[in-house]
Design a protein around this ligand. Structure first.
Ligand code: CP
Length: 303
């Protein structure tokens, strides 16, 4: 059997998304299992991370596996000039699975081509973050009971926010979604995603600011303005405070609406929202452990 990598969210079928949802629910009920006994997983993080790395490592530990790797490539031989090619060649001889985050778009796909063991993309530049998408979908399914017929608002940095790109493509596989994109013009959803939605006949609307239409949302997916992706710091300064969600803005929203955010948050969700029952981002991050246990089990054919 050829190895199963998870590089783009489109590497999985709709049936596989649903299988991951099912498995994640099982792991949530019983997180500690010995599926990875005797296995070693390498986490190679060339970019900073709190949730993705630590929830993957928690998942590996809860499944009885061992973790090797680095959270800062300055502590690896990359700092001496070793190439990504050589790093992956070496590590794929040490581990049964590689989980990689890298600033360059396409780097995870490149790693998968070199590696003899499966590779999971933990974020490649502004491109994709598929394990985040699967935990987002798990959070949506848990709170809405379905992945069909949802009106999803995506807010903030829709240009560089890789989690938005992956989520949009995944939800597009389900019945009758509507997307509302709220972003300043310079951070709007890239053209290729709009073309993708048009080709699939999916409705979407763009807004330059928050409007009362938020009352129609099932999910409000907030994002951070991705400072590290801007080449011009002045451009970042101009947009960094444009969208801040405040508690009083939620008064007319649907009772079952939930606010998601991949985190980290800077200032785009005011702290007064945290006490609102519609704020779901901390539970969402917790769901990451179960979704990632499911992804690892599926990737290694242990499900
Ligand atoms: N959501 C997410 O990718 O968070 P980290 O950057 O902390 O991993």
């Amino acid at each position: 059997m050829s190895k199963r990598d998870l590089i783009s969210i489109m590497d999985y079928t709709k049936e596989e998304y649903l299988r991951i949802m099912e498995l994640a629910a099982e792991f949530e009920k019983n997180p500690n299992q010995d599926l990875l006994k005797g296995k070693v997983v390498a986490t190679l993080f060339f970019e900073p991370s709190t949730r993705t790395r630590l929830s993957f490592e928690t998942a590996i530990n809860r499944l009885g596996g061992k973790v090797i790797g680095f959270s800062d490539s300055n502590n690896s031989s990359v700092s001496k000039g070793e190439t990504l090619y050589d790093t992956i060649k070496i590590v794929s001889n040490y581990a049964d699975l590689i989980i990689i985050r890298h600033p360059l778009e396409g780097s995870a796909r490149y790693a998968a081509e070199i590696s003899s063991v499966p590779v999971i993309n933990a974020g490649d530049g502004a491109n994709q973050h598929p394990s985040q998408t699967l935990l987002d979908m798990y959070s949506i399914k848990k709170t809405q009971g379905t992945l069909d017929n949802l009106n999803i608002f995506m807010v903030g940095d829709l240009k560089y926010g890789r989690t938005v790109h992956s989520l949009l493509m995944a939800i597009s596989q389900f019945e009758n979604p509507i997307f509302n994109f709220i972003a300043p013009e310079e951070l709007q959803i890239p053209k290729e995603y709009k073309i993708y939605l048009k080709e699939k006949g999916i409705r979407f609307f763009e807004h330059p600011e928050f409007t009362d239409i938020i009352s129609e949302a099932d999910i409000v997916y907030m994002t951070r303005v991705q400072k590290e992706r801007f080449s011009d710091p002045i451009e970042y300064e101009n947009v960094k405070n444009v969208f801040i969600l405040k508690n009083k803005m939620l008064e007319k929203t649907k009772p079952n609406m939930r606010i998601l955010h991949p985190l980290p948050r800077i200032n785009e969700i005011s702290r007064d929202v945290d006490q609102n029952k519609k704020a779901y981002y901390f539970q969402q991050a917790h769901n990451g452990i179960f979704a990632r246990e499911a992804i690892i089990a599926h990737t290694l054919g242990l499900d």
